[in-house]
Design a protein around this ligand. Sequence first.
Ligand code: IMP
Ligand code: MG
Length: 179
Amino acid sequence: MKILFDQEQIRQGITQLGSKLNEQYGQSPITVVAIMTGSLVMLADLIRCLEMPLRISLIRASSYRGGISSGELHVEELQRLDIQDRDVLLIDDIFDTGKTLLEVSKRLEDLRPRSLKTAVFLNKQGTSQVQLKPDFSVFDIPNKFVVGYGLDYDDYYRNLPYVAVLEPSDLEQHHAASR
Ligand code: IMP
Ligand code: MG
C-alpha cells in the first residue's frame, strides 16, 4: 500500500484543524455531529484538540439498503439530534461526490441550528458533483481510493493509523485474507 499521510502528518493536520476551530468558536459551546463509521477516528482525535464545551451526536448515512445501492441516502440518528439554536459542526471522513455532506447538511438545516459548518478529513480533488464545499478540510487528495484512519474498504482497514492508497494488488491480498 502506498502511504499518503503517516501518523505524524495526520497528528499535525488534526491539531491545525483544532486550532482553527478554537479560533472560530472561542468558548461558545458546539455540537459535533459525526457521520459514522468513517469519521470515528477523526472524531476521537479532533475533540481532544477542541477547547470549547461540546456535545457529540452520531448519525449514520448510507446509500445502501439490503446490499443494493439505491442512490438515495438513508440517514439514521444514533442519538436524538437536539440541535435547534445550537452551533453545529458536521464532520465526515471524506468529501468525494459531496452528496453525503450535502444531503446530511440539508437534514440538519431542517432542525434549525444557529449555525452549521462542515469539516472533512480528506477532500478528493475533481470529483465533486455538488455546489457545497466543506468549510474545513485537513488534506486534499487525488482521485484515488484510500483507506485507513477511519476510511474503509468493505468495512476493513479503518484501524490503520495512516492513510494509504488501496491498489489492485492489495485487493487481491484482501480477498484472500478476509475470506
Ligand atoms: P460522497 O457522498 O460521494 O462525498 O461520499 C462520501 C462517502 O463515500 C464517504 O463517507 C466514504 O464512506 C465513501 N468514500 C468515498 N471515497 C472513498 C475512498 O477513497 N475511500 C473510502 N471511502 C470512500
Ligand atoms: Mg464508507
